[in-house]
Design a protein around this ligand. Structure first.
Ligand SMILES: O=C(O)CCC(=O)C(=O)O
Length: 288
């Protein structure tokens, strides 16, 4: 499917599927990284459901997903070129032990909800689900969606019959390596798995650059230093917001006067700006 068709499908249905988003090599790397997370988990030896957030901190094998060439260009066009990562989670469902067949919901906070901002609900976060196992029948803990429900004026009612009992519900069928992108307002739930079968997947959620992540507060020193460029930006790792948007852009990229000052001149200008800022902080906005 071409780029424009994905965009149209997402806008009309609230989701789109990128088939074969991951190569065999990428799948193997992700499986290794996922097993590293699973083995550290208290339920690792059991069969229970497992959902772990903040996985970019856990293994470098996940990092390439942040700006993956098969999905990230869609994020920049559907959401914004100024997006960031809101969450990165690993989910393991085994079809055995305790499971969490989540009920109908749409995504986002409750205070206020995205739906309170506008009708239909605006696109504020976009999740990409990468599947590491085939999920091709209706018994493997499938994700279930109501196509087009992101345009409905309300979220799913509490008494909506679960899963496929709802006449407009569709079980998403994915091959290992496929990715699904979905809108925060899409009604979705998960089917109870009825046979032992591994369903392992990763969700990377994106939101606007100024929104807060929900599975982490800040990157570790290790991650900040190990990542560079776009990926660092995608995790929101700036010393201060204006270090990012003002100083870097104006001083080092944009302003011919500052560039003409040479390195020591630029450093002196930066230092003066910092001092002014500190003074403003101490004395208040109106006193300097
Ligand atoms: O696919 C799943 O297991 C749960 C997905 C879900 O409901 C969500 O991430 O909001």
């Amino acid at each position: 499917m071409d780029f424009e068709t994905h965009k149209r499908e997402f806008k009309e249905q609230g989701f789109t599927i990128v088939r074969n988003a991951l190569s065999q090599r990428e799948l193997a790397d992700l499986e290794d990284a996922a097993l590293n997370v699973v083995k550290d988990h208290p339920s690792a030896s059991g069969e229970d459901y497992l959902r772990e957030g903040n996985i970019m901190e856990r293994d470098p094998g996940f990092w390439f997903l942040m700006d993956h060439p098969k999905t990230y260009p869609l994020i920049t066009q559907l959401l914004s070129p100024h997006s960031r990562i809101m969450s990165a989670e690993l989910i393991r469902r085994t079809g055995q032990g305790q499971d969490d067949p989540v009920d109908w919901h749409d995504d986002g906070p409750a205070c206020p909800s995205y739906r309170e901002l506008a009708t239909p609900a605006p696109l504020m976060q976009l999740k990409v689900g990468y599947f590491l196992e085939d999920c091709l029948d209706d018994q493997s803990g499938n994700l279930v969606v109501v196509p087009g429900s992101h345009l409905f004026p309300e979220g799913p009612p509490d008494d909506l019959p679960h899963g496929l009992q709802h006449p407009e519900a569709v079980a998403v069928k994915l091959h290992k390596g496929d990715a699904i992108l979905f809108h925060n307002a899409l009604w979705h739930c998960v089917l109870q798995a009825t046979k032992p079968k591994l369903r392992m997947n990763i969700y990377v959620g994106y939101c606007y650059a100024w929104m807060a992540p929900f599975d982490r507060s800040a990157s570790s020193l290790y991650l900040r230093n190990a990542l560079s460029g776009e990926r660092r930006r995608l995790l929101g790792d700036f010393d201060e917001p204006d270090t990012n948007w003002e100083l870097v852009r104006k001083v080092f990229r944009g302003s011919p006067e500052l560039v003409a000052l040479g390195l020591s001149g630029r450093l002196a200008t930066l230092a003066k700006r910092r001092l002014k800022k500190a003074k403003r902080k101490i004395l208040g906005e109106n006193l300097y």
